[in-house]
Write a protein that binds this ligand. Structure first.
Ligand SMILES: [Zn+2]
Length: 350
């Protein structure tokens, strides 16, 4: 359901009740030095005036949020956010890139499935799933250049990587019926990447062609090869962000195990400043209580000084009670704060 002004008020009211009340509780009950940090995704509306934006940022800040992951950030927007005490991280789609220029000029840059289909002209699941191949040096160079341009925006605190992964080889359980699929195993149509560069690189490393493996999903080295391809890209982008004095974070799948299995993200190995795992319980047909274990698994896998912010899917949380329960579960699992998705103007096209 597209957000409306009524939803927006409800969202902010919920936030105010949940985050601020909970944060006060933590301060009272625990170490007074503990400070939490909260995020939200949002977009600048096409017709939004600076005044409207300023008011919206003020409401978000008053609700207890500190950082925005923002689509459409520029210098002027960063200044408006800063005036309301918010810092801005660019919402940066990494490997899912359907720019017309790339599709036309570099069709070979896109991932190829085990059954030989390219995400350039035959993407899996949905029309926008044009994923680039992270093994290709030209792709990584292109992404470094693009990120460098984004990070050069004055006033931007950093970038939060999104779609930093392969296409889902297995979809979250709740989406199977939507796509009329049963995915108890890795199906060739959704298994990537078998492009020439990946095949050659794996052959050079392991002496085997991935297309000739007797059981590709069962091959540990082939799985690892693809985790490492994404990790190498992330770490190159992280190094670049540090050179530019900017922060780098990423939204990732909910737990390390699920992330590796579904989208080949080995995110505990990524050299980031923060991770925002999408502990969207409803996508996995799990109750709110599931959030705690997913968060705890991530915290345990990360270096001790790496903050984890639990990304919550607001449309799945019914009322202030469930929202507060989700925040409490995230906190109990060891999250340094929460990141809210699905509020006003956060969903592309909403
Ligand atoms: Zn490839």
């Amino acid at each position: 359901m597209p957000p409306t002004d009524d939803n927006r008020r409800g969202f902010l009211k919920t936030l105010g009740l949940g985050l601020l009340a909970s944060a006060a509780g933590v301060r009272a009950e625990m170490n007074p030095a503990v400070t939490e940090h909260h995020w939200t995704w949002t977009r600048v509306g096409a017709d939004e005036t600076p005044d409207q934006l300023r008011r919206r940022f003020a409401e978000i800040g008053a609700a207890g949020v500190h950082s925005l992951v923002l689509g459409g950030a520029d210098e002027a927007v960063c200044a408006l956010a800063a005036a309301e005490g918010l810092d801005v991280h660019a919402w940066w789609w990494t490997l899912c890139r359907g720019d017309q220029t790339l599709l036309t000029e570099h069709p070979e840059w896109y991932v190829v499935s085990r059954d030989g289909r390219s995400a350039c002209d035959d993407p899996p699941y949905v029309g926008y799933y044009h994923f680039l191949c992270p093994t290709r040096p030209d792709v990584r160079r292109h992404l470094r250049e693009k990120l460098s341009e984004t990070l050069a925006i004055d006033g931007l605190a950093g970038a939060c990587l999104d779609y930093i992964r392969f296409p889902d080889v297995i979809l979250p359980r709740a989406l199977w019926s939507k796509y009329d699929l049963v995915q108890h195993e890795e199906l060739p149509r959704f298994d990537f990447c078998y492009c020439e560069v990946c095949r050659e690189a794996f052959k050079a490393l392991e002496g085997r062609d991935p297309l000739e493996l007797p059981d590709p999903p069962a091959d540990a080295a082939w799985r690892r090869f693809r985790w490492d391809a994404v990790t190498r890209l992330v770490n190159e982008l992280a190094a670049l962000a540090r050179e530019q004095g900017k922060m780098i974070s990423a939204s990732v799948f909910p737990s390390p195990t699920i992330a590796r299995q579904l989208v080949r993200q080995d995110w505990p190995a990524w050299d980031l400043d923060a991770v925002l795992p999408m502990v969207y319980h409803s996508f996995y047909e799990e109750p709110v209580s599931w959030i705690e274990g997913a968060v705890a698994a991530g915290v345990k896998a990360l270096p001790v000084d790496r903050p984890l912010y639990a990304a919550l899917y607001l449309p799945a949380l019914k009322g202030a009670g469930e929202f507060e329960a989700a925040v409490a579960r995230a906190r109990a699992g060891g999250a340094a704060g929460v990141a809210l998705f699905g509020g006003v103007r956060t969903i592309p096209g909403a």
